[in-house]
Each structure stands twice: as C-alpha cells, then as structure tokens.
Ligand binder design. Structure first.
Ligand SMILES: [Zn+2]
Ligand SMILES: [Zn+2]
Ligand SMILES: [Zn+2]
Ligand SMILES: [Zn+2]
Length: 174
C-alpha cells in the first residue's frame, strides 16, 4: 500500500483566524467594567482613559454607547465593541457575518450584495496583508498594537472617519 498522495499534494493553507477576537462578548463584559472611582467623584473610562467628574456607572455606559472614540457599534448587529476588533467581529463572530465579505485588496468589509460593484470600481487602495488598518478610514495603524490604535483614535482629532472625537487626550498622544 503506497497511496500516500497527501505528501505531494500542495498544501492548502487556511486563512489564519485571528486568535484575539474577544469582541463578541464585549457587551456582556461591559457590565463587569466598574468605573475607577476617583476620590473627588467621577470616573475614568477604561477604554479611552477620559476622566470625567460626571462619569458614574450609568453615565459611563452612555459614554460607551455614544461617545467613546475607542468603541463603535457593529452596523450589522448593533453591539458595541472596540474599533480595533470590528473587522474580525464582522467577518468571523457577528451573527450576520454571512452578509459581508472582505475585499482582498483594500481590506474593507463590504456587504456581499455590493461586493462585485466594489471590486469593479477598481479604486481600491491596496493594503499589504501584514498590515493592520482602521475599519473606519483604512489608515494603516502604526505600530500595530494598542499604542498605535490609541494614537490613531485618540491623537490629534482622532480617526478622520470617526464621528466620536477624543475629549481629553492623554499627553502622550498630543
Ligand atoms: Zn471612553
Ligand atoms: Zn456584529
Ligand atoms: Zn476594496
Ligand atoms: Zn481610522
């Protein structure tokens, strides 16, 4: 018996699934995030590190839902999650992930119905596969870590495509 074809067959390397996708549970996790209480009242958002004397547990939830520049809402299922995990969420974890597809050239996550039109436009700006890019503006995140994300979302005026603007930026990002 010498039918060991598999050793000569070309290996079909599966697309690597990101291992750090914890976003699907963020909504549940939000409830565990007790605000850091300051001695003089108020609290700090653990995502953007904004300190606000009006931040009570309740106001912080509103901040997460509407204002925090680190967070966004998935347009497919409406959960709140970190912008840095939005692409992975929509492609792999979202209940409605079957309705979207990622453009292999520009990495934009587009509705499956619009996919052909998107490709045919031929206006995509190519992004290398090893680069991390912002789901909102497709800007490349440098460095590709939490610092880079904070720089992009909290620095200067924040992400150009993010309607949530940073309020009081930590000095490092000025
Ligand atoms: Zn925040
Ligand atoms: Zn979703
Ligand atoms: Zn594209
Ligand atoms: Zn951006």
């Amino acid at each position: 018996m010498s039918s060991r074809r598999d050793s000569t067959e070309e290996q079909n390397v599966p697309r690597e699934t990101p291992s750090k996708s914890t976003d699907a549970t963020l909504c549940e996790r939000l409830e565990e995030y007790v605000p850091i209480e300051e001695p003089n009242g108020g609290g700090i958002c653990i995502f953007c590190e904004e300190y606000n004397e009006k931040f009570t547990e309740e106001n912080l939830i509103t901040h997460y839902w509407k204002e925090c520049p680190i967070l966004t809402k998935c347009r497919l299922c409406n959960i709140i999650l970190e912008i840095s995990t939005l692409d992975d969420h929509m492609l792999f974890d979202c209940d409605k992930c079957q309705f979207v597809k990622q453009c292999s050239i520009c990495h934009e996550v587009v509705d499956t119905d619009d996919y052909l039109a998107h490709i045919n436009k031929k206006t995509c700006i190519a992004i290398n596969d090893d680069k991390v890019s912002c789901p909102l503006c497709r800007g490349v995140i440098k460095p590709a870590n939490e610092y880079g994300w904070n720089l992009h979302l909290l620095g200067a005026n924040g992400c150009p495509k993010n309607s949530r603007k940073p309020n009081n930026k930590p000095d490092v990002f000025q």
